[in-house]
Every structure is written in C-alpha cells, then in structure tokens.
Design a protein around this ligand. Structure first.
Ligand SMILES: NC(=O)c1ccc[n+]([C@@H]2O[C@H](COP(=O)([O-])OP(=O)(O)OC[C@H]3O[C@@H](n4cnc5c(N)ncnc54)[C@H](O)[C@@H]3O)[C@@H](O)[C@H]2O)c1
Ligand SMILES: *[C@@H]1O[C@H](CO)[C@@H](O)[C@H](O)[C@H]1NC(C)=O
Length: 433
C-alpha cells in the first residue's frame, strides 16, 4: 500500500483504505498469553489460525482490482420470490397523507442512509438499493443497514443500478412516485486507482436508471446528487448555479457534470422531472472514512502526522462543510417541490421541470481551522505537515451561493461546523465506527 501513501491525505476525499489493515500486536500478545499455549502443537495450530484469520480479513478488505468490476452484476436468481416481493412492497408502503413512495439508490451510503431514515420517519414509503461495493469499508455500509435502516423498516436491496432487469422488476412491483438517486462512485483521488468505476456508476448506471424510469408509466420525478466539484477551476466565489462548470479538475467532477447534461437530455426528450443537487462537502455521524474530518480525527488520536494542504502561493485550502441534517432537509424539500414528470411509457407529453441547485452552508472553513477545532475537541495536538496540494483532483476552495436553494426549497442550513463539533458531540458518535 506504500504506493498509495502520497494520495492518502487531503481535505476532501481519498481512495479507500482497504488493505491498510495492520495486525494489532497488543491484542495478539494478549490472546497468545491468555490461552497460555505450552506445547508446540497447539501453538502451531494457534498461529496457523491467526494467520488464516488475517489472510481472510486482508482478502475481505483488499482493494478491488483496477480493471475488473469489483462485483459482477447480480443475476435475477439472487432476488425475487414472493417473500422478497412482499418485503419490497411493505417497505414501499406510504403511511402518511400525501406521502411519496421513493426508491433511494445508494441507501447504504452516508447520505442515502440518513435520507432514507428521514423519509421513513415522516411516513413515506422507501425502498433502498445499494451494491455494497468495497470503495470503503463494507462493514460501515452493512452497519448503516443493520443499525439504522433495518430497524426503521427500510428494506435495502443488494443490487446494482446497472442491473436493468432488477430495476424494471422493482418498478413493476411498486409505483415509485420519486427516485432519490444517490448511488455513485464518490471521492476524487480514487480515479487514479480505478477510473472505470466512475464511468460505470456515475455515467452508465445513471443512464440505465433513467432509461428504466422514462419507460415506466407514470414516470417518477427524479432528484439526484451532483456535486460542488463541477465548479472545478471556477474562481468566482461564491459559486452560483449560473457560473461556468466546463472546467472540471477531476474525473469525478467530469462524470457529475456529464450526469447533469445527461439528465437534461432525458428531461428534454422524455419529459422526466429532474432535480440535480450540488452537494458541498457533507459531514456528520456515520460519515465516509475517506473524508478529511474522519481520517484527521483517527490520525490525531493515534498521534500520527497529518498532511495539511495549501494552495499555490501558500493559499488557504477551505471547504464549505455542510452538515448531514441540512443536506437531508434539502433532499426532502427537493422531493416535495419536484413537479410531476410529464411523459409516460417513453413519450413526452409536455415540458417537464429541470433544476440544478447548490446545497451548501456558505461558510467555508479552512483546513487549518478544521484541524484546530479537532485538536481542541480531542485535546491532542496534531502533528501537522504542510504540503502543497497536488494537482490531481482537488480544488483549493468551495463556497456555495445558496440563494436559489433558499428560494426553490426554503433551504436554510442551520449547522455550523465549529458549533456542531463543540456542542460536546462525542466523537465516537460522530465517527460511529
Ligand atoms: N458526501 C459528500 O460530501 C458529497 C459531496 C458531493 C456530492 N456527493 C454525492 O452524494 C451522493 C452520496 O454520497 P455519499 O457521501 O453518501 O457517498 P457513499 O459512497 O457513502 O454512498 C454512495 C453509495 O452508493 C453505492 N453505490 C455506488 N455505486 C453503485 C452502483 N453502481 N449501484 C448501486 N449502488 C452503488 C455505494 O455502495 C454507497 O453505499 C453521491 O452521489 C456523491 O457523489 C457527496
Ligand atoms: C447568488 O446567486 C443569485 C442568483 O441565484 C444572484 O442573484 C446573487 O447575486 C448571487 N450572490 C452573490 C453574492 O454572488
């Protein structure tokens, strides 16, 4: 993994750390002594077992191959059956007046899990879909499912958005009024390791989902996650929806921008109502391990040095951190204000709504500030290493103009990073792993 080291620290995203697993010597020592193995034979057996355990853990956590898809598409054999269908229908059942029935893709992800919960809580029907890929620790995705979603009665299907047979089956079973499409290959740096995963999920998968959605009758309204990264090298702040977005600085950004154009096409040709939300660096409990606040915290606690990026000419690197609850409110409001699609069965009947809206916080926090907040909270001084931000994906700063979100969605972010972290929020709760 040493070859990955230089790209393992930066403010926004890093490739996953599967394969970084290191045997914890102290616990091994403890185990060994606890069982007091005196004779050689049990000792050999013991170490063989330990060795096998590590091999399997390592195998489980090792990074996906860069060429082969990480997981083959499921065949129809792995889902279906009347029990499965009943679970889907029960989960999709609307329990409030004027509630929606929502298909949430990426439901085991950070934003997807929180959004699914919020929808379910207010009485909407929710069916989740996620392929549980190994971009980051799968156990975190599984825990979000078992500890948050299963308990709330949200059924999450282990499947891929590229699986048209599965999607058609789902739309056949349930009349989804809305799709909240959050499944994607996220992160900026991982594109240097596995570029195809971005195309596969963010372009191919999105087109596949739109193809199925446009053919249903009636069509659902679609709300999906674009990203602030589409602003790329744009230097005018704050970033407004009208600013240019044709200078992406990463493959991730390019696929999100492609998604916006593809969405426009499906809106134009087939009358699908589509809202693209440009999220700005989302943080909060059950968050993604590839994000700075997450791995900074771990590294500071372990007394490991952290790399602090600075822009060209010692410029500050800053992010418009947006709290998960604010993002979820924005997503729900986008679903609630989405107009109906106008087409049916693949035919457009009239103009349909098309929106692109920033969801940020409008108060950028510099990476230095982030680290000092964490230091204060953890009561540990960070070992800082200032390095020039490599020019391979990141932009120096993000700052959202949210007037449009205010107007269209009644969006008012209420959480400030420092206040949130200072509110005595226990970090275990924050990291939740
Ligand atoms: N978190 C942020 O700061 C941020 C910022 C901007 C945009 N976004 C976008 O918001 C969305 C949610 O992000 P997140 O932070 O929750 O990321 P996440 O990685 O935690 O969630 C995405 C989920 O989608 C699933 N997935 C990926 N490809 C899939 C496929 N082909 N089929 C089915 N499931 C698939 C993954 O397993 C994962 O659980 C993404 O579209 C992301 O690009 C996030
Ligand atoms: C924010 O965007 C709106 C349009 O949505 C624009 O009228 C306004 O001037 C922008 N504000 C700033 C500070 O750029």
């Amino acid at each position: 993994m040493t070859s990955l080291k230089p790209i393992l620290s930066h403010i926004d995203n890093i490739p996953s750390t599967p394969g970084k697993f290191k045997p914890d010597k102290s616990s091994l020592y403890y185990l060994h002594h606890r069982f007091r193995l005196h004779s050689t034979l049990p000792r050999i057996a013991f170490w063989t077992l330990v060795f096998l355990a590590f091999i399997s853990v390592f195998f489980f956590m090792s990074p996906p191959s860069t060429t082969a898809p990480r997981r083959g598409l499921r065949t129809t054999a792995s889902y279906g059956g009347s029990g499965w269908e009943n679970q889907v229908k029960a989960s999709a059942k609307i329990r409030s007046r004027n509630g929606h029935s929502v298909l949430v893709t990426g439901a085991a992800g950070f934003v997807g899990a929180h959004a699914s919960l919020a929808l379910k809580r207010r009485g909407d029907g929710v069916v989740g879909l996620d392929n549980f890929n190994s971009y980051y620790d799968i156990t975190l995705k599984k825990s979000r499912k078992s500890q948050l979603l299963d308990r709330a009665g949200v059924f999450v299907i282990d499947g891929d958005i590229n699986d048209a047979v599965l999607l058609r089956k789902l739309f056949g079973l349930v009349h989804f009024t809305h799709v909240l499409h959050l499944a994607a290959q996220a992160g900026v740096r991982y594109a240097m390791v596995n570029p195809n995963s971005y195309i596969k999920s963010n372009v191919d998968g999105f087109v596949n989902l739109l193809e199925v959605a446009k053919s249903t009758n009636p069509q659902p309204a679609i709300v999906w996650a674009s990203s602030s990264s589409v602003y790329g090298l744009n230097s005018k702040v704050p970033f407004s929806e009208k600013d240019r977005t044709d200078q992406p600085a990463s493959l991730y950004a390019a696929t999100k921008k492609a998604g916006e154009e593809i969405a426009h096409t499906y809106n134009h040709i087939y009358g699908l109502s589509i809202t693209g939300l440009r999220f700005f660096t989302v943080y909060g409990p059950w968050g993604r391990p590839d994000m700075a606040y997450f791995f900074f915290t771990k590294d500071i606690l372990k007394r490991r040095p952290i790399s602090i990026f600075e822009g060209p000419d010692h410029g500050t690197v800053a992010r418009d951190f947006t709290y998960i609850d604010d993002i979820v409110k924005g997503c729900l409001s986008a679903l609630d204000t989405a107009k109906k699609s106008t087409g049916s069965g693949g035919k457009k009947k009239g103009e349909a709504q098309f929106r692109i809206i920033n969801l940020g916080n409008t108060s950028p926090v510099s990476v230095n500030k982030l680290v000092s907040i964490l230091e204060k909270l953890l009561k540990v001084k960070a070992k800082k290493k200032v390095v020039l931000m490599p020019r391979n994906g990141d932009v120096p700063f993000t700052h959202a103009n949210i007037s449009l979100a205010r107007k269209e969605l009644g969006y008012r972010p209420t959480t400030d990073l420092e206040a949130e972290l200072n509110q005595g929020m226990c970090l275990e709760h924050f990291l939740r792993v």
